[in-house]
Write a protein that binds this ligand. Structure first.
Ligand SMILES: Cc1ncc(COP(=O)(O)O)c(C=O)c1O
Length: 460
């Protein structure tokens, strides 16, 4: 922006006025000629000076941004004076490319800091909390809910890191993975300009978040068997440099199908100029150690893995999710998040689940759900109304039945609620059923049989 002071304006206006006056008197008089030349010189010099000063005091945003991005990338990459091998240099270049994807205004922001970043003990009169405590009964006061929660959640990250075999600095913790989806969009996509790429049918929040942030959507549909079309994805990215983030859902929702790690890697390699987000909300139902893209984050700085405590961990009510990726990218997400995004209640419960004893319960629950899934699938296979059951790597199944929408609605009104997904691509007449406890599944099967007979007859 051009900023001009009052003095500069007076000088420039004066010089302009003199130039006009001298110019009007005509070129014959040497005095007026000199006055004309001198006032023009002052006008020109003054103009250049004002432009130069405005630029140096407040350079245009694009210039600031470029400078800052370059500086930050260099700082992160310098890593001391030790000699670096070719592999390390190659990796540095990849990290630099990923950091260049971050929106320039994000680099410019000064992350929020609180006094407790420096002093967390003593008489705490720094955060306008209520030292008298909450109005809750005494037994509910043990968590000290009158205090703001830890903004960094380091101890929780350490537990997650051990469980996922990653490092704490590779973890962002948020209010469900939905928070991470939104943050990723805000960090990497310029509203009104950039795009994300999704592979429908897929999780609906990518689109909601993109729309909220005025980010465009490029869709490269899965095959009818729910496989990612890698060449088409890479082609879409090649022709549209505005695609900044690719969302792969693995296992998919509503597809229930894992994206093989080789496929994820092909996308990471082929689209190295994009962030590739692998949403693994359901990965714990599919042998996470073997199939999780967490094992790729070390090699690919453009890889971000989303996970959650909402599914296999059975903690949807506490809202706790994470993004796992390169520490520099995670740091950017941390800089942008609200300072106290993870509540004390959430943190307390999340901590509790990571004991050996409770993790054993988690494994048992997962195994029971998978057994129930097999039983429900077998029962559905025995019903003539069911035309197709998609293979499932999750705690839900997607199956096809004629007149699915009416059947779904009728059952919901009778008190058993599944989800109609027939409007999704390749999901015509499909119902998505979450596997519940045995008695819930029995109720579903019982009512489903009756309802399909009502709508479709006994031997459809
Ligand atoms: C694929 C997928 N990702 C993310 C989420 C959101 O998870 P969270 O509860 O952690 O926000 C869901 C929830 O249904 C989901 O299906």
């Amino acid at each position: 922006m051009i900023v001009i002071t009052e003095k500069e304006l007076t000088l420039l206006a004066g010089a302009g006025g003199l130039a006009l006056y001298a110019g009007k008197q005509g070129p014959k008089c040497p005095f007026h000629r000199m006055l004309f030349a001198a006032s023009n010189l002052v006008l020109l010099g003054g103009g250049v000076y004002v432009l130069w000063r405005s630029w140096s005091q407040s350079p245009p945003a694009f210039w600031c941004s470029l400078q800052t991005v370059r500086k930050k990338s260099r700082e992160r990459l310098s890593g001391g004076k030790k000699a670096r091998g070719e592999d390390a240099k190659h990796q540095d270049a990849r990290v630099a490319a990923v950091l260049d994807l971050v929106r320039p205004n994000i680099w410019e922001l000064e992350p929020y800091r609180c006094a407790r970043d420096d002093y967390s003990e003593g008489i705490l009169l720094d955060a306008n909390e209520n030292s008298f405590g909450s109005a809750l009964p005494p037994e509910d006061r043990v968590l000290e809910l009158e205090r703001y929660p830890d903004p960094y959640q380091q101890p929780l990250k350490e537990k997650i890191a051990v469980f996922r075999n990653v490092r704490p600095e590779q973890i962002f913790v948020g209010v469900g993975s939905d928070e991470a989806i939104d943050l990723i969009m805000r960090v990497f996509c310029e509203p009104g300009r950039d795009q994300i790429l999704v592979t429908p049918p897929t999780y609906g929040m990518y689109k909601v978040s993109a729309k909220t942030n005025d980010v465009g959507i490029v869709a490269v549909p899965l095959t009818p068997e729910f496989a990612v079309r890698v060449p088409e994805v890479l082609q879409a990215v090649a022709v549209s440099p505005r695609v900044k983030v690719i969302f792969l859902c693995s296992p998919g929702n509503p597809t229930a199908k894992l994206v093989p790690l080789e496929v994820v890697e092909q996308v990471l390699e082929g689209a190295s100029g994009c962030m590739v987000v692998v949403d693994e909300a359901y990965v714990d139902f599919a042998n996470a150690n073997a199939v999780s893209a967490c094992q790729l984050v070390e090699k690919y700085p453009n890889c971000l893995v989303l996970q959650t405590l909402s599914k296999a961990f059975g903690l949807a009510g506490i809202r706790c999710g994470m993004a796992i990726g390169h520490p520099a990218v995670i740091q950017v997400l941390n800089n942008v998040k609200a300072p106290y995004n993870v509540s004390q209640l959430t943190s307390h419960m999340a901590h509790k689940v990571f004991t050996a004893e409770n993790l054993a319960v988690l494994q048992q629950n997962v195994s029971d759900i998978l057994k129930e899934k097999t039983r429900v699938v077998e029962a559905l296979q025995g019903l003539p109304a069911v035309k197709k059951i998609h293979p499932s790597d999750t705690n839900f199944i997607l199956f096809e039945v004629p007149r699915a929408q009416e059947i779904y609605r009728d059952m919901a009104e009778a008190g058993v609620v599944a989800r109609f997904r027939g409007h999704e691509l390749h999901c015509k007449d499909c119902i998505r059923l979450t596997i519940g406890q045995a008695h819930e599944n029995d109720s579903f099967l019982d009512l489903f049989k009756k309802t399909t007979e009502k709508y479709l007859g006994k031997y459809t």
